[in-house]
Design a protein around this ligand. Structure first.
Ligand SMILES: Cc1cc2nc3c(=O)[nH]c(=O)nc-3n(C[C@H](O)[C@H](O)[C@H](O)COP(=O)(O)OP(=O)(O)OC[C@H]3O[C@@H](n4cnc5c(N)ncnc54)[C@H](O)[C@@H]3O)c2cc1C
Length: 642
């Protein structure tokens, strides 16, 4: 169903480069001291976005309640990020600038993101690096001491700052040390092992959450003046993904059920270089960072069905298909292009020896050119991880890799102030529909997470709190009682099913349906099939789920069932969104919309908008709202990396 409600992105007026500064200048602030101490802010999530925001708001003097599902904030999934973080510092003197980073990001996202947000991201990128260096984040350095950079896909400059293959871990340790300082100072109260299960709305504004303490099962109410969700992405809807098994969509989906619109749910990123699936009992897929494509060469055997070990295939019988098809960018084409190219080769029967669904990533040339020590210095931990999992030594035998679900560009709709369609509910990091359009360029998520966390959320929350009239509300309010009752009933409903299929079994089936029909390549027939299959599976879930244990204890199955119940709704919405979008753009490839060369064909006349879906009730068809995207500063062009 389509509705005509206009979504106002609240983009400040003025020239692109001045919008954020003007916004900062024009908006009111809360004065330090008592006024800030009296304001409570709930932040759900302790990754780069949530942890960064909590530490900064704590330092500003607000009272912050910070939640995560892990044992400690430093286990947020940001810790897993490998390759690096972008910033337009132009240290390499290779022609980088704020405008170029902005332009690359808009173009990389296939012109499906907001100009103003993306420009702000590029502007803030430099401050992020300064902040992190000041905090002691050990970025890689050149011999002379200056910060080193490498390249990521889709760009022709080197702007990616990194700490070996552990950039996320080092950035998160920076966030964690700032957070620890605030916890010790008493401004941030940390709630590990607490899972948000509902949002509480009073008089139309977000005023609190309901959370379950995971060790005891206790259901608790928390009140605040504003709520920030920074709960990460939803790739595990595919079951197998590069995300941690615990990553989930529950916080954003429960907020969606309460009225927050969900934007561009079908925009998901399939990363081209993960270790392929090799069995049916895997719980996740392991990423091999995009940085490897700086030096690794991607190829398949020229002959379909050639299953000789890679080192026995002579040079002239190999097809370096990315270099052949995209000479201008070669192995460093953007992720959506590289992933689809691997699909095309494997569909043609050309694949690596370990699996029919795998291609090679080869370092022989780089080792010959740079020496083994340099390659080990750049990628040593990734090579070790690969050898541990596959048993081949990548210094001697090319890696086998295949695309895997990795990142979700979709998420809760937010305006320029990162505020959702519910007043007082802000969304940051991967959980919002983001600045990446239909495809995220590598090393841009960490940049967005920290831009949101360190710089944007603290500012826009201050503006909101200074401007909003917020009557005192406590957790005895009826809205809290009702939300807690709903949560308890939902949990009892799950526990009372007493069927015969495990959570894993149903999740696996959901994942395979999503991967087959809403994965790298989509068509109308497959998407209709997915909508029907997911809907049927949801019914099966509510009639035939088998859970053991109870709700008064640590119960991993119950946690997973809660999250799966949300994926069973979100999966259907993703398929609906993909079906509605009759074009190919970025990570959304519709087989009906391609050029004669097989490349994605956008429809800028009819689809230059953000889709924002309104929840209509369990099993009911959602309403579609649209935010038109206006491009004043860039010209929309067909993306070409040839
Ligand atoms: C393997 C891997 C490698 C990557 N490498 C890179 C890279 O090199 N460069 C790059 O730019 N990006 C990379 N990314 C993407 C990037 O890491 C993420 O997009 C980013 O870190 C997300 O940060 P976040 O703060 O939004 O969420 P997260 O770090 O995922 O944090 C989510 C937080 O929310 C909490 N949470 C979730 N649900 C609930 C709930 N219901 N109740 C309470 N708490 C909840 C979690 O406990 C956690 O604290 C990578 C991603 C993966 C999977």
């Amino acid at each position: 169903m389509t509705d005509s409600k206009i979504l106002d992105p609240k983009i400040p007026s003025g020239p692109l480069a001045e919008k954020w500064d003007r916004h900062e200048k024009d908006n009111p602030l809360v004065s330090p001291g008592k006024n800030r101490r009296e304001k409570t802010i709930i932040i759900v999530g302790t990754g780069l976005a949530g942890g960064g925001a909590a530490a900064t708001l704590g330092e500003l003097g607000y009272k912050v309640l910070n939640f995560c599902i892990q044992d400690t904030p430093r286990r947020a999934h940001s810790v897993a990020a490998q390759g690096g973080i972008n910033a337009s510092k132009n240290y390499q003197n290779d022609g980088d600038s704020v405008y170029r980073l902005f332009y690359d990001t808009i173009k990389g996202g296939d012109y499906r993101s907001r100009e103003a947000n993306t420009y702000r991201l590029a502007q803030l990128s430099m401050g992020i690096i300064d902040q992190c260096v000041a905090m002691g984040v050990p970025f890689a350095r050149e011999y002379g001491g200056t910060l080193a950079n490498r390249s990521f896909g889709g760009v022709q400059v080197s702007r990616t700052f990194y700490a070996r293959g552990q950039t996320g871990q080092q950035l998160l340790l920076g966030v964690y040390s700032a957070l620890s300082r605030q916890i010790a100072a008493g401004t941030v109260k940390m709630f590990p092992r607490h899972e948000m299960l509902d949002l509480v709305i009073v008089d139309g504004r977000a005023r609190g959450i309901i959370a379950r303490e995971l060790l005891t099962g206790e259901i608790k109410r928390f009140e605040a003046d504003a709520v920030v969700l920074a709960t990460g992405g939803y790739s595990p809807v595919f079951y197998l993904s590069t995300n941690a098994v615990n990553s989930n969509a529950t916080a954003i989906w429960r907020a969606h059920r309460r009225g927050a619109y969900f934007a561009n749910p079908c925009f998901t990123q399939i990363h081209p270089t993960a270790i392929p699936q090799l069995g049916d009992y895997q719980s996740k897929l392991t990423l091999m960072s995009e940085s490897l494509r700086n030096d690794g060469r991607v190829w398949v055997p020229k002959k379909p069905g050639d299953k000789r070990p890679p080192n026995q295939i002579p040079e002239d019988e190999r097809d370096y298909y990315l270099e052949r098809r995209y000479p201008a960018f070669g192995n460093l084409v953007p992720r959506d292009i590289a992933a689809r190219a691997a699909l095309v080769e494997c569909d043609a029967g050309k694949s690596a020896y370990l699996s029919d669904r795998a291609v090679y990533l080869d370092f022989a040339e780089a080792i010959g050119r740079l020496g083994k020590d340099v390659v080990a210095d750049r990628y040593g931990n990734l090579f070790a991880m690969y050898e541990e999992i596959i048993g081949d030594n990548p210094y001697e035998t090319p890696m086998t890799i295949y695309p895997a679900p990795h990142y979700t560009m979709g998420g809760l709709w937010v305006d320029y102030n990162l505020q959702s369609t519910i007043e007082g509910l802000f969304v940051a990091g991967e959980a919002n529909f983001s600045d990446h359009g239909a495809n995220r360029l590598g090393a841009s998520a960490l940049m967005q997470g920290l831009a949101d966390g360190y710089f944007i959320v603290p500012r826009v929350i201050s503006n909101y709190l200074a401007g909003a009239k917020l009557p005192a509300v406590d957790t005895d309010h009826d809205a809290f009682k009702a939300a807690e009752d709903d949560t308890r009933k939902y949990i009892q409903r799950l526990l009372s099913i007493k069927g015969s299929r495990t959570v894993r079994d149903i999740h696996w089936e959901l994942g395979r349906t999503m991967w087959k029909n809403v994965g790298m390549s989509r068509n109308a027939e497959g998407l209709r099939e997915a909508i029907a299959d997911v809907s049927r599976l949801r019914e099966e879930f509510w009639q035939n789920l088998k859970l053991t244990g109870d709700d008064a204890d640590l119960n991993k199955q119950l946690e997973q069932a809660n999250r799966l119940s949300d994926y069973l709704e979100l999966g259907e919405l993703m398929a609906r969104d993909a079906l509605m979008r009759e074009e190919s753009c970025g990570g959304h490839f519709r087989e009906e919309h391609k050029t004669p060369e097989g490349e994605a064909r956008r429809d800028d006349t009819n689809f230059t908008f953000v889709s924002a879906w309104e929840y209509a009730g369990e099993g009911k068809e959602p309403f579609l709202h649209k935010e038109e995207l206006n491009f004043e500063f860039v010209e929309l062009k067909t993306r070409s990396y040839k």
